[in-house]
Each structure stands twice: as C-alpha cells, then as structure tokens.
Design a protein around this ligand. Sequence first.
Ligand SMILES: Nc1ncnc2c1ncn2[C@@H]1O[C@H](COP(=O)(O)OP(=O)(O)OP(=O)(O)O)[C@@H](O)[C@H]1O
Length: 274
Amino acid sequence: MGDPHPNPPSASPSPPSTDAPKLRARSLARSFGRGAKALAALGPVDLDIVPGEFACIVGPSGCGKSTLLRIAAGLLRPSAGELSIRTTAPRPAAMIFQDYGIYDWKTVLANVRFGLDIQRVPRKEADARAHDWLSRIGLAEFAGAYPAALSGGMRQRVAIARALAVEPEILLMDEPFAALDAQLRTILQDELLELTQTTRTTTLFITHSLEEAIVLGDRVLVMSARPGRIIAERRPPFERPRTGDIRSTPEFTALKSELWDLLRGEVRGEAALV
Ligand SMILES: Nc1ncnc2c1ncn2[C@@H]1O[C@H](COP(=O)(O)OP(=O)(O)OP(=O)(O)O)[C@@H](O)[C@H]1O
C-alpha cells in the first residue's frame, strides 16, 4: 500500500487546481502475453477523475478492473496509451486490496503507522496520527494487539486507517470489502462514506457491488466485458454529506436497476465466452 514500485505512473507536480483531473487515462490499454496467445485485458479507456471525486468502477468479473487499478498504482505498465496522476506533493497513492494487506508481525498501531514511517514522519507525530486514526475507526484499545487477534472487519478497518493516515493524494481501492459478510460490508461502507466525506480524498474504487458503488460514489462507471472499456457512467443523485439511509430511497432502487440493466448484457456476454 502506497509503497515504492518499479513503474510509477507519470506524476507531474503542479499547483493545485480545482478542475484539472487528478487522474487521467487516455487510450489506455493492456494485454497479457504475445502473438496469437495475447489476451486483451483492458481498454482502450479514457478517464478523468477530478480532485476530491470518489469514482467507482463496476464491471463483470475478469473485465480488467484490477488491471486498471494496478496500472494506476504503478504496479503494471500499460501496453498502449497512458495514465498519469497529478500530484501536488510527493505523497503516495495508497492502495487497499481485498485481502487487507496488513502485516501480522506488526502491532495494530505499527500497521497504521507504517506509511508514516516510510514517509519518515517523526515517531512522536506518527504515533499521535496513528492513535487518532485508531480512535476514528473504533479500535483505540487494540493499538498494542496483533492482527491475529482481530476479526476480518477489524483488520479491514486497520487497512483503511493505514491508507488514510498518510493522507494520500489518491486512494486506490480494489474490492476492499469483498471478503466480508453482507452486514459487516454495509457497516464498513457507511464508515468509509463518513471518513472520505471528511477527508475528500480523491478515490478510485473497484467493486462488484452496485449498491456499494451507488452509496459511495460521486460517479459510477460501468465497464464492458473483457477487454474492459467504459460503456456508461451515472452520478448518484444524492447530495453530500450523505448517509447509508439513501439505500432505502426510490432513487437508489431506480439507479440500481438501471445500472444492472447496463451490466446484465456484459455479464451474459462474458458467461457466453467461458
Ligand atoms: N498477470 C497476468 N497475466 C496474464 N493474464 C492476466 C494477468 N493479470 C490479469 N490477467 C487477465 O486479464 C483479465 C483481466 O483481469 P483483472 O484481474 O484485471 O479483471 P477484474 O475485472 O479485476 O476481475 P475480477 O472482478 O474477477 O477480480 C483476466 O482475463 C485475467 O485472467
């Protein structure tokens, strides 16, 4: 999460601006393998995410969502086109995976402090910021515990706190709640909603769940079956700050069914390929 990587996307420090995109992809594509066996996984994709925006991507399994996120994180190079992240300070993108990615041999506090240690934030300040985040996620009393003593939901909260503690320029989240049961997932969605509405961190969030995308997103982008392209986008019609209560509104149900209609054909197409 937020760690140095071999192929950082081009990052150009520039003065803050309200409208210039924080993340920009142009004709971005990625394939795996060569020659006749090459597999077109993604694209071409054009995408702009503006500062403070929470963009959610939904799409059928295997359509290239993780590939897009891995390119944004600099873990993978594009085969064609480009993706750039505009930064105003040398702060990292922070990434949260499905499997938490926290370190079992570090205490909860040390896990949350991890990114700050990498940034060489002085220990006293780093401890204070990590404690503050532990309080915000309701885990203050677990500071000295090891992850083995935590439930799945608590581990995922630690991963989220660790990512947000570094105040990343952009937060990249790949199905962070996929491994959790439905109730816990709802609780953590609501918590993430509250946290990100406070921080207004620019976020690219990948999910299989339309509900999750609508609750959290300023914009929901729908991807086609592989090779994934963006085939539609919708803006959930809910003012911010919003709460999870929007789930019970007619607008929510209507948008969910509209998005499902868009996705259904893509999921079917993918099933037909298997
Ligand atoms: N390193 C790799 N080598 C070869 N093929 C890969 C590699 N990474 C991904 N792929 C293939 O690229 C396609 C897109 O994969 P990706 O993981 O991006 O999809 P996804 O939309 O995130 O899937 P899911 O929703 O199931 O997690 C898949 O067919 C996958 O098998």
